[in-house]
Design a protein around this ligand. Structure first.
Ligand SMILES: C[S@@+](CC[C@H](N)C(=O)[O-])C[C@H]1O[C@@H](n2cnc3c(N)ncnc32)[C@H](O)[C@@H]1O
Length: 409
């Protein structure tokens, strides 16, 4: 059965994403399909990253240099909101390079941090931190969707957690390592699997660009990259792979660039008005798709909802509108399978064919934000928080961060 069978089913608009184009890695049909296509390996890429050990050695090496592996975002705001007391249990769902966890351990005596991450390199770093803080750090290797099985082993059940943090997306450690295949400026195998090589059967980004039919590829770019020129890019990819398989990050970046006139290469601007490569959204889309990030985020929010005690606190950091919208709707208790609710103003704008500007959406939300939004499970206490100008200057990766905070009912 060709892979596009998964993509040609009617798409439903849910969670700000199309559920039917999300790979369900746990689905037997999906795995069978990929095996059929690529068994016994991924011939295109040689994309399996080196072992976690060697990645970790690389990370350790860069610890000795000036630049941190990952600069945690809005640490002060997170600590302030979580308001952790000595002896409490904190769930860090996204340990990464451990920046937030370390800040928690340093600022609250006797706290226990459950340090989870799907990335084996992050897991090794959590193990090292556990040696530094004996008995206080519990490293867990797993995806959000696996935590329901993994956390009970640590004796964690419903209501056992006082505070939780979910810092979504990729770490700089992942983005900056060429061999992980996330970066469009450093050449490496087109991999993008946050799990590293934990699931060798799991399709990587090269599998996606080489296997999906043009239409499906365009859908992935539209939904997960919010890219406007999807047909042009998908056609360029299809054309390129008919000549030679796509297996490297720079190869893909130049194929995408080739679909545009040279003047468009850096014509797009990021939020700091810095030139942004025309393939940025394509890379984002592939990364989200490969890692099933939106469904995973939903699973992570559910884990926090289950484990937090009443009055337990949750911080969620997101870095693009798909993540933020999903988080907002989840905390409001909206039915995520239903289309997003729209205000009269939004509906009127839609009727006139006007897209709602993101900042307008925020403004409207912030008007009610101070009062707080309530759902059956959560009270969202404050409006969405953004990093200060100074933080963005110091850490440009913080520029698109949004912090949502809520208290469990
Ligand atoms: C932005 S980084 C976190 C950085 C961390 N707060 C720090 O201060 O270093 C996000 C981390 O979440 C992990 N992650 C993303 N999705 C995940 C998932 N579904 N399950 C588990 N970990 C996930 C990534 O592997 C990455 O290490």
């Amino acid at each position: 059965m060709p892979i596009y069978r998964f993509m040609e089913t009617p798409c439903k608009w849910t969670l700000g994403l199309w559920k039917d184009v999300i790979p369900d890695h746990s689905s037997r049909m999906f795995r069978r399909c990929w095996r059929k296509l690529w068994h016994p390996g991924r011939p295109y890429t040689g994309s399996v990253p080196s072992s976690p050990d060697s990645e970790f050695r690389n990370s350790e090496m860069s610890t000795q240099s000036e630049r941190p592996l990952h600069t945690p975002v809005m640490v002060k705001e997170v600590l302030q909101f979580l308001d952790i007391k000595p002896g409490q249990v904190v769930l860090d769902l996204t340990f990464g390079a451990g920046g937030h966890s370390k800040a928690i351990l340093q600022s609250v005596p006797g706290v226990t941090v459950v340090a989870a991450d799907r990335d084996p390199t992050a897991f090794q770093m959590a193990q090292h931190l556990a040696e530094e803080y004996p008995g206080q750090v519990k490293p867990v290797l797993g995806r959000f969707s696996e935590l329901n099985n993994l956390l009970p082993v640590l004796g964690l059940g419903p209501g056992n957690v006082d505070a939780a943090l979910l810092d979504a997306g990729c770490s700089s450690m992942q983005m900056d390592s060429a061999e992980r295949g996330f970066s469009l400026s450093k050449d490496g195998p087109l991999d993008m699997r946050m799990d590293g090589n934990r699931y060798p059967d799991m399709p990587c980004a090269a599998d996606v660009v080489n296997a999906l039919d043009q239409q499906a590829l365009a859908s992935v770019l539209a939904v997960y990259g919010e890219e406007r020129h999807t047909r042009k890019i998908a056609a360029a990819i299809a054309q390129a792979r008919s000549v030679y398989p796509i297996g490297r990050t720079l190869q893909l970046a130049s194929i995408v660039a080739g679909a545009f006139p040279a003047s468009a290469l850096y014509a797009r601007r990021d939020r700091l008005q810095r030139p942004s490569h025309v393939a940025t959204k394509t890379f984002q889309a592939l990364r989200i798709f490969v890692n099933n990030e939106l469904n995973e985020l939903h699973a992570g929010l559910n884990v926090a909802q289950t484990l937090l005690r009443p009055k337990g606190r949750l911080c969620v950091l997101t870095f693009h509108s798909l993540e933020d919208r999903l988080t907002k709707r989840f905390l409001r208790g909206e039915d995520l399978a239903a289309p997003p609710r729209r205000s009269i103003r939004q509906r009127a704008k839609a009727q006139h064919g006007l897209e709602k500007e993101e900042h307008e959406e925020e403004e409207e939300e912030n008007e009610e934000g101070e009062r707080g939004r309530e759902s059956a499970h959560w009270v969202s206490l404050k409006k969405v928080i953004k990093p200060t100008e100074e933080e963005v200057q110091e850490n440009p990766r913080a520029r698109s961060a949004k912090l949502r905070t809520a208290v469990r009912r």
